[in-house]
Design a protein around this ligand. Structure first.
Ligand code: ADP
Length: 478
C-alpha cells in the first residue's frame, strides 16, 4: 500500500486497523485504489495527536501559523494539475471543473492565512471603578471535520484554512467515495512543513461510529460538517451531550427565479452554470426553477436549445460538460425522483434518462408543470434534472421560492434594481445570487438558514467559527 492510500495520524502514514476499502472511478465503475479503513482506536489516536499538537500550534505567533498555511497553499498551487486529475478520477467531475475546484480551494488557504494575522480582540471603554475590559480571540481547540464527495478538496480547504489560521488542529474524515484527493492534500501539508498532528486524516467506512466519536470525545471541541441534512441532524443530537460547537453546511433546495424583466440570455447561462455544475451534484445547484409567465415560453425555448448542446463524457475528456454521477446508488435515486415526478403530473420535455445500461451518466432532463405538491419539489435533486414551475406575480414567485424548509442558496434574475432588492430581502435564504449563478468565494460568508445549517464558511464569519472570545476584566489599576 503506498503512502497516499494510508491514514495520516500524528505525522505517521498508517494502514487501517479495519483493513481497506475500494475507491472507484465513477466514469467506469472500476476500482482505482484500496484505502486504509481506520478503526475507532485510530480515530482516538488521531484525536490525541491533534490534542498534543494543539498545545504548541496555538502558541505560535499568528504570522508563523499564517506562513504554514501559505506554504501549504504554494504546494497546492504547484500540484494543481495532479490534484485536479485526482479529483476527476474519484469524483467523476470534468477536468475543467476539477481545476477550478483546486483554484477555489486554494483561495481559502490564502485568504484565511491573510485573515488569521488580523484576528485580534478589542480593548473596550473603562468600566465603573476604573476596571478595564478587553477581549482575546483564542482558538476553539481540536476540530473534527467531516466532508462530502462533491468537492473532495475544497470542502476540506474551506474548513482547514480558518481552523489552522486560528490556531486549531484537525481530525478530518473525508467521504469514503473520495479519500484520495484528501490524502494528497495531507501529503502536501506534510511537505509544506505543517507539524505532525496539526492535520490528521482518517479515511474510513464506519462513518456513523467515527462521527459519534468526533461529537462526544472530550478532547474534541468542535465539529464542522458538510453533507446531508439527515446526517447533520444526527450529529447535532450527538453533540448536545457536551454542548459541542458545530458548523453545519447541509442540504439546500435553491429556487431560481426568472422575472419577466430578466435578461433571458443571462438567465439561461446563469441557470446552466448553477444547475449543471458537477452534473447537478452541489448543495447550491438551482433546484426549483420559477419562471414568470410573461417570458415562460421564450425562456424555455432558449433553455432547451442550450441544454441540448451539453456534452456528456468521462471527466478526463477535455470538453465534457457533464460527467457521470458519483455512484450507482446516486443515479438510481435520480431516476426514481424523475419517475415519481412524472407520476405526480410533471411533464418531461427534454431528456433521455440514463445513457447506456449500467452507466452513471444521466442526460440533461427538463421537467415542466412541477407543482409544490410534487415530491420532487421538496427533494434536493443532485442530478442534471431541471424542474420548472411557472408563476404570475412577484409575490407569488416569492411565496413559491420560500415554500421549503431549506434555506441555503437562492437566485433571481431581473433587470429591475428595485425588484431585485425587494425580492432578495424577502427570500428566506442565507445567500442570494442576483443575476448570477455562481456565487461562492473565500471572501464571502457561505451558509444557510432554517434546515440548511448553522454557521458560515468564508469571510470574517468563517474565521469566527474557529475562535472563542474571552473577556478579561482588569481591576485595581486606578
Ligand atoms: P451524501 O448523501 O452527500 O453522501 P452524507 O451526509 O451521507 O451525504 O455524507 C457526507 C459525509 O458524512 C461523508 O463523509 C459521510 O461518510 C459522512 N457520514 C455519513 N453518515 C454519517 C453519520 N451517521 N455520522 C457521521 N458522518 C456520517
Amino acid at each position: 500500500m503506498t503512502k497516499l492510500h494510508k491514514a495520516y495520524i500524528g505525522g505517521q502514514w498508517l494502514t487501517g486497523n479495519r483493513g481497506s476499502f475500494e475507491v472507484d472511478d465513477p466514469a467506469t465503475g472500476e476500482s482505482v485504489a484500496k484505502v486504509a479503513d481506520v478503526s475507532l482506536d485510530q480515530v482516538e489516536q488521531a484525536i490525541d495527536a491533534a490534542n498534543q499538537a494543539f498545545e504548541s500550534w496555538r502558541r505560535l505567533s499568528a504570522q508563523e501559523r499564517a506562513d504554514g498555511v501559505l506554504a501549504w497553499y504554494d504546494k497546492v498551487r504547484e500540484n494543481r494539475q495532479r490534484l485536479a486529475e485526482m479529483i476527476t478520477r474519484e469524483s467523476g467531475k470534468p477536468i475543467a471543473e476539477a481545476l477550478s475546484e483546486v483554484d477555489y480551494g486554494a483561495s481559502y488557504l490564502r485568504w484565511f492565512a491573510e485573515q488569521g494575522v488580523r484576528a485580534g480582540g478589542q480593548t473596550l471603554p473603562t468600566l465603573p471603578g476604573g476596571r478595564r475590559p478587553l477581549t482575546l480571540k483564542q482558538p476553539v481547540g481540536v476540530v473534527g471535520v467531516i466532508t462530502p464527495w462533491n468537492f473532495p478538496l475544497a470542502m476540506i480547504a474551506r474548513k482547514a484554512a480558518p481552523a489552522l489560521a486560528a490556531g486549531c488542529t484537525l481530525v478530518i474524515k473525508p467521504a469514503a467515495e473520495t479519500p484520495l484527493t484528501a490524502l494528497l492534500l495531507a501529503e502536501l501539508a506534510e511537505q509544506a512543513g505543517l507539524p505532525a498532528g496539526v492535520i490528521n486524516l482518517i479515511p474510513g467506512t464506519d462513518a456513523a461510529a467515527i462521527g459519534k466519536c468526533l461529537c462526544t470525545h472530550s478532547k474534541v471541541r468542535k465539529l464542522s460538517f458538510t453533507g446531508s441534512t439527515a446526517v447533520g441532524r444526527v450529529l447535532m443530537a450527538q453533540s448536545a451531550q457536551k454542548i459541542q460547537r458545530l458548523s453545519l453546511e447541509l442540504g439546500g433546495n435553491a429556487p431560481f427565479l426568472v422575472f419577466d424583466d430578466a435578461n433571458l440570455e443571462a438567465a439561461v447561462e446563469g441557470l446552466i452554470a448553477s444547475k449543471f455544475r458537477n452534473s447537478g451534484q452541489t448543495c447550491v445547484c438551482a433546484n426549483r426553477i420559477l419562471v414568470q409567465r410573461g417570458i415562460y415560453d421564450s425562456f424555455i425555448a432558449r433553455l432547451k436549445t442550450r441544454m441540448a448542446s451539453l456534452t456528456l463524457g468521462p471527466g478526463a475528456l477535455p470538453g465534457a460538460d457533464l460527467g457521470p454521477l458519483i455512484s450507482d446508488r446516486a443515479i438510481a435515486r435520480v431516476e426514481s425522483l424523475v419517475e415519481q415526478a412524472l407520476e405526480a403530473g410533471a411533464v418531461q420535455t427534454l431528456g433521455a434518462g440514463r445513457v447506456g445500461e449500467g452507466s452513471r451518466y444521466h442526460s440533461p432532463t427538463l421537467l415542466e408543470s412541477v407543482t409544490p405538491e410534487n415530491p420532487i419539489w421538496s427533494q434536493e435533486i443532485f442530478g442534471p434534472v431541471v424542474s420548472v414551475t411557472p408563476f404570475d406575480s412577484e409575490e407569488d414567485g416569492i411565496t413559491l421560492a420560500n415554500h421549503t424548509e431549506a434555506g441555503l442558496a437562492s437566485y433571481l434574475f431581473s433587470d429591475s434594481l428595485s425588484r431585485a432588492i425587494r425580492v432578495a430581502e424577502s427570500l428566506d435564504y442565507g445567500m442570494v445570487g442576483i443575476n448570477e449563478g455562481i456565487i461562492s468565494s473565500a471572501t464571502a460568508p457561505f451558509g444557510g438558514i432554517k434546515s440548511s445549517g448553522l454557521g458560515r464558511e468564508g469571510g470574517q464569519e468563517g474565521m469566527d467559527e474557529y475562535l472563542e472570545t474571552k473577556y478579561l476584566c482588569l481591576g485595581g489599576i486606578g
